[in-house]
Design a protein around this ligand. Structure first.
Ligand code: ADP
Ligand code: MG
Length: 700
């Protein structure tokens, strides 16, 4: 049988269907998965003459005799063994006749356990026993993550078999020769051997340095390749700015003295230049909450519509979609441009009509949720797409939306500033525009952290603000999973506030289990100033824009991540009034939570907060786990083998990504689509690692 990386592990010597099923529980299906099953630690193998008390070791030795020693706590069982360098007693604190039977005289057995003193003599206590020890004295043996029923010995036999069977396939170099030389990498098959069976720990680091580089390299190659394919052809929107001028006049009529910020102007210029070029645009627009992205997106949408195209604006939740719709609608109406909202909760009859009008090209701009990418939605002439909060969508959704037009221009917006590392690993295929300036007159939000026993003081401050005519959000995170529990918790917490801390004020409650219409009614009441405070149970529920809401109070603030808190706080710094964010923590919170909360009190720069957030969350997040599932777990475990201190990983990835982007841009300068024979291996490896839709995003 010829083995390849795709071969199921069950065909490996010593595995079979039963053990393969157990491997499946670890996410290991084929040989490739197995080779990337990164050991969580290693145990040294020792000759008996070299053992030291206190050390955890693996020895392979021959059974000399077995005996049962009675003791006050029951029978103990002792196996005498030798490996030719010395003798050792192996002691088990429990005896079973069946176990004794397996230690046949002269049989070679592996023992893994700690050496301890017993009656002043070194012995091995309570070891795990391996009746199928490796046939070679590897200096270290891997310790793998396991699942019930699977033993180290089974996994070791499987990885040894895989490494041997795949020797030839793994010997093929998949990185350009130059890079291997410059980076001073181990040959590939050696890297795999040393990852599992290292001569010493330095080799583990070297192996993982190479293998993690490969992961990052191919991910960047994928993204940059994708970027090249986007660059082929697209829509070249004609110059023209009738709508832009009208829109600006509208904004100025609403807010006398309105002027786009310098950052908005720069970004708009970048977007327009892309739109006018014959290439399809794929641009990421980053900017802190309230920095004015929506207005920028609106200018771009109008430009597309002026050229005779339709535009789609997709948001991850119904409330966000509605929010965008509500802010765009008055402008579009004044400009006489038909706009529609398409979300799941639209009545079937209306939905049908909207579908028809989109297909006929009557609706020029449609704002919506995932409902936009449903099969039934067909555009007459989709030319421009805005995706808000892209990190909540996967790449596939981008693909589906893209296929609804002929290479429409894409503008991806994200309100959470993304640190550079993440930008490169998730959005490496996009061009980036950043709005790094707030509209004029914004006062930095004042954030104060109240400890659990200061809760009353926080509410006192809140009441004083409400008395002055301000409106407020009160956020309660609910962690309960079940619908019933969540409902009960939301309601009882609301009643408690109504009777206690906020008695006498008009409050509204919004939680995840409310029907859409009810949610909308309450939100409208809040926006119209009929409610003084809106009590909400999740983050998304407060994704609305109410200029008079200037206070946000967050209970159990320690349960939120830094970026999430910053995002929440952004809900109240949307006007020129002074805004406040009150964080109340629970008693007894972790040191890390304290660090988070005090950071937030001091820092208002969204980018700095996002960097810190990632650092606190660790390497899994750095790489955008959700976006690249399997590859990612692999990469993270390789990196954790390489660095003891998680915080070093952050910098290392950044530096490595820089070098990789440079290598790849050199390669692509000569051969943008990797078609030359010398790059065959790059193409092939890409195709092996990713599905066609992952690297060719233009089915349209
Ligand atoms: P984002 O989408 O980045 O969160 P928005 O586009 O919703 O931000 O803008 C936030 C608020 O700031 C809105 O009320 C918007 O009208 C206002 N705004 C945007 N740009 C400007 C500007 N240049 N000058 C004054 N106000 C602005
Ligand atoms: Mg917005």
């Amino acid at each position: 049988m010829r083995y390849t990386l795709d071969t199921s592990v069950q065909y490996l010597k010593g595995v079979g269907p039963k053990i393969a099923e157990l491997f499946g529980k670890l996410g290991v299906k084929n040989i490739e998965d197995l080779l990337y099953l990164v050991p969580r630690d290693y145990v040294p193998t020792r000759s008996i003459k070299d053992i030291k008390v206190g050390e955890r070791v693996y020895i392979i030795a021959r059974v000399l005799s077995t005996s049962v020693e009675p003791s006050s706590k029951g029978d103990m069982f002792v196996v005498k063994v030798t490996d030719g360098t010395g003798n050792l007693d192996i002691r088990f604190f429990k005896y079973s006749p069946r176990a004794r039977h397996r230690f046949r005289w002269n049989k070679w057995v592996g023992f893994e356990g700690e050496i301890k003193l017993w009656m002043n003599k070194p012995e091995m206590m309570h070891p795990s026993v391996d009746f199928n020890p490796p046939d070679f004295p590897y200096p270290y043996l891997p310790i793998y993550p396991l699942t019930l029923g699977l033993t180290q010995s089974m996994v070791r036999r499987a990885t040894l078999a895989a490494l041997r069977e795949l020797e030839e396939e793994l010997s093929e170099e998949i990185l350009p020769e130059e890079i291997v030389k410059k980076e001073n990498f181990l040959p590939r098959h050696k890297a795999f051997w040393y990852l599992h069976y290292p001569p010493d720990m330095e080799y583990v680091r070297e192996a993982s340095r190479r293998l993690s580089f490969e992961e990052l390299f191919y991910l960047q190659l994928l993204l940059l390749y994708r970027k090249q394919t986007y660059r082929r052809k697209g829509i070249a929107f004609p110059k023209g700015s009738r709508f832009s001028r009208q829109f600006l006049e509208l904004l100025q009529a609403e807010n006398p003295g309105f002027k786009l910020t310098k950052a908005q102007v720069r970004v708009l210029w970048e977007i327009f230049r892309d739109m006018e070029s014959p290439y399809a645009m794929n641009r990421l627009l980053q900017g802190d909450v309230g920095s004015g992205k929506t207005i920028v997106a609106t200018f771009a949408i109008l430009k597309a519509i002026e050229a005779g195209y339709q535009a789609a604006f997709m948001a991850p939740t119904e409330i966000l979609a509605e929010q965008h719709y509500i802010s765009l609608k008055p402008w579009f109406e004044k400009l006489n441009i038909p706009i529609a909202l398409l979300i799941g909760s639209v009545r079937p009859k209306d939905k049908k009509r909207i579908h028809e009008e989109i297909a006929e090209g009557k609706i020029k701009c449609v704002v919506g949720t995932h409902a936009l990418i449903e099969e039934k939605v067909k555009f007459k002439k989709l030319g421009f797409v805005v995706i808000d909060e892209q990190h909540r969508f996967g790449v596939m959704q981008r693909v589906r939306l893209r296929s609804k037009g002929r290479r429409p221009d894409f503008l991806v917006m994200t309100a959470t500033p993304i640190p550079r590392t993440l930008t490169l690993t998730i959005y490496g295929d996009l061009d980036v525009s950043i709005i790094d300036e707030m509209p004029p007159g914004r006062k930095p939000i004042i954030t104060k952290w109240y400890k659990a026993h200061e809760r009353e003081a926080a509410y006192q401050f809140l009441r004083a603000q409400l008395d002055k005519g301000a409106q407020a959000y009160v956020v309660f995170p609910l962690v309960e999973e079940s619908e019933k529990v969540e409902l009960r918790a939301a309601t009882s917490m609301f009643e408690e506030l109504q009777k206690g801390m906020l008695a006498g004020y008009s409050l509204g409650l919004i939680h995840g289990r409310l029907p859409g219409a009810e949610k909308e009614r309450i939100m409208h009441a809040f926006r119209d100033g009929k409610l003084q405070a809106l009590v909400a149970t999740t983050v998304i529920e407060v994704g609305i824009d109410v200029p008079n809401a200037t206070v946000i109070l967050i209970e159990h603030a320690e349960r939120f991540g830094l970026a999430q808190l910053h995002q929440l706080r952004g809900r109240v710094c949307r006007s020129t009034k002074q805004a406040y964010c009150l964080l109340i923590s629970s008693p007894h919170i972790s040191e890390e939570a304290k660090e988070r909360l005090s950071w937030l009190e001091k820092e208002t720069d969204g980018f700095k907060i996002a960097e810190k957030d990632l650092e606190l969350r660790g390497p899994g997040e750095i790489l955008g786990v959700k976006q690249h599932g399997k590859m990612n777990t692999r990469l993270v475990s390789l990196l954790t083998r390489q660095f003891k201190d998680e915080r070093l990983i952050f910098k290392a990835i950044n530096d490595t990504l820089d070098r990789i982007r440079m290598y790849i841009s050199n390669i692509m300068k000569e051969d943008p689509l990797l078609t030359s024979p010398q790059h065959y291996i790059l193409q092939r490896t890409l195709a092996q690692r990713y599905t066609p839709s992952e690297f060719l995003l233009d089915s349209g």
